[in-house]
Every structure is written in C-alpha cells, then in structure tokens.
Design a protein around this ligand. Structure first.
Ligand SMILES: NC(=O)c1ccc[n+]([C@@H]2O[C@H](COP(=O)([O-])OP(=O)(O)OC[C@H]3O[C@@H](n4cnc5c(N)ncnc54)[C@H](O)[C@@H]3O)[C@@H](O)[C@H]2O)c1
Length: 351
C-alpha cells in the first residue's frame, strides 16, 4: 500500500493498492450517515460492504455521462434531503470519473459543502478524475460547465476494480498515464516500453506502479497550482485537439482516445516549431499505438475541428495556446502557432 499526500484547500491522502471496503468503513466511522453513490457497473461489488455502525444509504445513479446531468444531481439532492443528511455526514463516490465528479459536486453543494470520499474504479478515475479536487456536472451547453473545487477527504484506490473494466476503457485511461510520462516522469515511458495492453493488464505490479507514478505527477502539479492558474495547465498536454475531437465525434470517441490523438498532434506541432525532435514524436506514436489507442483522425474533419480549437479554456482572445514539450519532462507553451502550422500538424496525424 502506498500513500501520496495532495496539497489543496486541505491536505488529503490518496491511498493506492488498498482494500476499498476496509478503508471506506474506517474512513466513514466517525460520520453518522453515509451516502454511497455508484452506478449499475458497481452494483455487485457494492454488496460487499459489510454493515457498520453508521447509517448507510445507497444511491444508484445512471451510468456514464448521464450521471453528470442536472436531473441526476437533482435526484441526488432530493435523496440527501429525504435521508436527512447534515453537515457532519459524508458522501462516497464509487465509480469512474463520471460518478466521482457527480458525487464530489453533490458533496460540494449540499449544505455548502460536506465531506466526501472518492473510490475510483477506472484507470481514468484513479489517475485523473478523482485527484485534484475538480468536481462537476454537464450542462446543455457543454461538458463540465457546472462545477466546484472541492477536494475529497481521501481517495481510495483498489486496483482489483480494474479486473472487470473493458479493454477500451482501460486503454483510454492509459492515455492519461502516458501523458503524465511525457510531461513529468520518463520512468512511466520506460515501464511501458511499447508493451501491449494485455502485457500491461496481466501484470498487476506494473499496473500499480503506473497508477502510483501518475497519481504522483498529478498530485505534484495540483499541489503547486490548485485553481489552475498556470502550472496546472501542463496536465492539458494533448487536450486542446482532444476536446475538439470529442465534440466533433459527438462524444463517441472516448476522452482518452481523443487525448491519444491530441498528444501526437501537440508533438507534431512542437516538431514543426523545431522544439521537439523526431525521435520523441515517434515515441508518442509507438507507446500510444502499442496499448491500442488511436493515433489518427479523418483528414476531412480539420475544417470542423479548427474552429472548435478556439473553445479551449487555454485560449486568450483569438490566440490559441498549446501545451507542448521540448523533451520528456520539459513542458512549455506554444502561443504563436499560425493556421498553416496547425494544418500541417493535423495533416501528419490525419488518415
Ligand atoms: N474531475 C476531474 O478532474 C476529471 C478529470 C478527468 C476526467 N473527468 C471526468 O471523468 C469522466 C470520465 O471518466 P471515466 O473514463 O472513468 O468514465 P466513466 O465514469 O463513464 O466510466 C467508463 C465506463 O466504465 C464503466 N466502469 C466503471 N468502473 C468499472 C469497473 N470497475 N468495471 C467495469 N466497468 C466499469 C462505467 O460504467 C462506464 O460505462 C468524464 O465525465 C470526465 O469529464 C474528470
């Protein structure tokens, strides 16, 4: 078991390699009421929670992005109200990033903020969504537009959850692991060393190591910039094009899959700017492709993707900004990319 401390509005531990049931029961023991928020995919294992001295309420919500709807949040608030949740009670989100985002936001808003615990059950949840204190839901105008910074009391990572995760969701989560490697931890890239998805999934020790290292990268970055003013932007490596691809594909391309394509685009852009050498660009393709992630996107999509890039949160006025690397672990920003350079970078990743 490994613990990583995160500095945010309060300090908290991410406990990696733990047995989730024991840890949850221990962490909630001082609270009178506990709301367990989960979706159908976790239903069977939720039953493993042994009875405890506290009053446990089970709130099953819709799966996937539907969990992050205003309707689901409204039902959750009503449940909390009907069950008489007070300031000293606690919410536990058990699930992928959608569930921890919802549970965390319900906790952030109920009585102006009550405690919550995150038990992520996907790779993306473990290395990204549950760490960093961002909680939120979607609006009719886009993803994650409603939210709050509200860090959990603890994040409990039990990798046995990953046994039932689909290959597609597993590899999508690995895109964030690989991103962490390129921005801050070369050892992650060495550990992956173009291993296939099945090589990784069958090696529990390797999975634990990759998750621990990725959590350490995120914890370090958010600890130095909790509210995303500057440093935290490096976590968005590959995400500018990725967000445009998600919107363009109407979210049929998974976030991690879009990040995979976006990472190669950002690397190619840095190559065009003579910031990054070809070997490192090729290393992006090699590692991402090995775990089954996409590395190209249709050529004819560019004219629709280009205007979508301007919606990126990092844009300032009309100027697009991209997180880039000049070497593994060396991040910088590209703020002067012109339309031709962007089109050329896209040409290199298009199919
Ligand atoms: N708050 C943040 O900082 C942050 C960061 C990154 C992503 N996110 C959010 O996270 C969400 C994506 O998270 P995700 O990729 O975990 O998706 P998800 O929560 O939709 O889970 C993906 C799928 O895996 C299933 N699943 C989850 N755990 C499982 C398990 N153990 N076994 C079998 N199936 C399981 C789910 O039912 C779902 O169908 C997005 O909404 C994104 O906006 C938030």
């Amino acid at each position: 078991m490994h613990t990583i401390r995160v500095k945010a509005e309060h300090e908290y531990d991410v406990v990696i390699g733990c047995q989730w049931k024991d840890q949850v029961l221990q962490a909630v023991s001082s609270h009178a009421r506990v709301a367990i928020v989960y979706s159908g995919a976790m239903r069977e294992r939720i039953k493993e929670l042994a009875p405890s001295d506290c009053e446990i309420h089970y709130f099953e919500v819709a799966d996937g992005e539907a969990a992050k709807s205003t309707q689901t949040l409204h039902s959750l608030w009503n449940w909390l109200g009907a069950a008489g949740f007070t300031r000293s009670d606690v919410v536990v989100g058990i699930g992928g990033g959608t569930i921890t985002d919802l549970a965390g936001f319900a906790a952030a808003t109920w009585l102006r903020g009550i405690s919550w615990l995150a038990v992520p059950t996907t790779v993306a949840g473990m290395v990204d969504a549950a760490i960093g204190g961002k909680t939120g839901i979607n609006s009719d105008y886009g993803k994650n537009l409603i939210g709050a910074f509200h860090s959990p009391q603890k994040v409990l990572i039990d990798t046995s959850w990953l046994e039932t995760l689909s290959d597609r969701d597993f590899s999508a989560g690995l895109a964030e692991v690989i991103k962490s490697g390129f921005i801050a931890d070369e050892k992650i890239l060495q550990l992956l060393d173009a291993k296939s998805l099945s090589d990784i999934r069958s090696n529990a020790e390797l999975v634990l190591d990759l998750i621990t290292r990725s959590v350490a990268v995120k914890a370090h970055v958010v600890g130095s910039d909790f509210k995303e003013s500057f440093n935290r932007e490096i976590l968005n490596y590959g995400h500018t094009l990725a967000h445009a691809i998600e919107i363009h594909s109407n979210y049929t391309v998974r976030h991690g899959e879009a990040v995979s394509i976006g990472l190669i685009f950002a690397a190619e852009l840095a190559g065009i700017k003579a910031i990054l050498d070809n070997q490192v660009i090729a290393r992006h393709r090699h590692i991402l492709a090995a775990v089954g992630l996409p590395t190209t996107y249709p050529k004819d999509a560019w004219h629709k993707l280009y205007p979508l890039l301007a919606l990126d949160k990092k844009s300032r006025g009309h100027q697009l900004r991209f997180v880039a690397i000049s070497a593994v672990g060396q991040t910088l920003r590209i703020e002067d990319a012109n339309e031709d350079e962007l089109a050329t970078a896209y040409e290199r990743i298009s199919s």
